[in-house]
Write a protein that binds this ligand. Structure first.
Ligand SMILES: [Zn+2]
Length: 137
C-alpha cells in the first residue's frame, strides 16, 4: 500500500532550506559538504540504500552542463570575453559551481524521491500523538 504523498511545495521548501523531507525540521548537513546519516529530529535514515545519492549527481551535473552549454556559446559568439579568458572562467565554473550546488542537489534529490516514493511516517515517540492516532501498542 502506498503512503500518502506530501505536498510538492512543502518538499520544495524543505529542499531549499536543506531540511529533512519527512519532518521538515532536522538539518541534512552539519557542514557544507558533510551530511548527517540520519535526521537529528525524527531519526529517519536519509540514504535508503547504497548508492542512493547517485541521483543527486545527475542533478548537479545536469545543471552545471546546462548552464555551461547555454552561457558559453552566447559569450563566445557575442565576443563578450577573449576566448582564453572565457575558457578559463568556464573551467573554474565547472569546478566551483558543483561544490556550491552539492548540498542543494542532495536535498532536492531527497525531496524528489520523497514525492515519488513516499516513506511511511516516522513514529514520533510522543505518547500523546500515539494516543490521538489510536495507536496503543
Ligand atoms: Zn526528520
Amino acid at each position: 500500500m502506498s503512503q500518502p504523498r506530501q505536498p510538492l511545495l512543502h518538499l520544495i521548501s524543505r529542499s531549499l532550506r536543506r531540511r529533512c523531507p519527512l519532518c521538515g525540521e532536522g538539518r541534512l548537513f552539519r557542514l557544507w559538504l558533510r551530511m548527517h546519516l540520519t535526521c537529528p529530529k525524527c531519526g529517519v535514515t536519509f540514504a535508503r540504500e547504497p548508492g542512493y545519492f547517485m541521483g543527486s549527481v545527475y542533478l548537479n551535473y545536469g545543471l552545471t552542463a546546462a548552464i555551461v552549454a547555454g552561457v558559453y556559446p552566447i559569450c563566445l559568439f557575442q565576443q563578450l570575453l577573449p576566448q582564453n579568458v572565457l575558457l578559463t572562467v568556464g573551467l573554474i565554473f565547472c569546478v566551483v559551481f558543483p561544490v556550491l550546488v552539492f548540498p542543494f542537489a542532495r536535498s532536492f534529490w531527497l525531496g524528489f524521491d520523497e514525492y515519488f516514493d513516499p516513506r511511511p511516517p516516522v513514529p514520533s515517540g510522543d505518547s500523546d500523538a500515539d494516543e490521538q492516532s489510536g495507536n496503543t501498542t
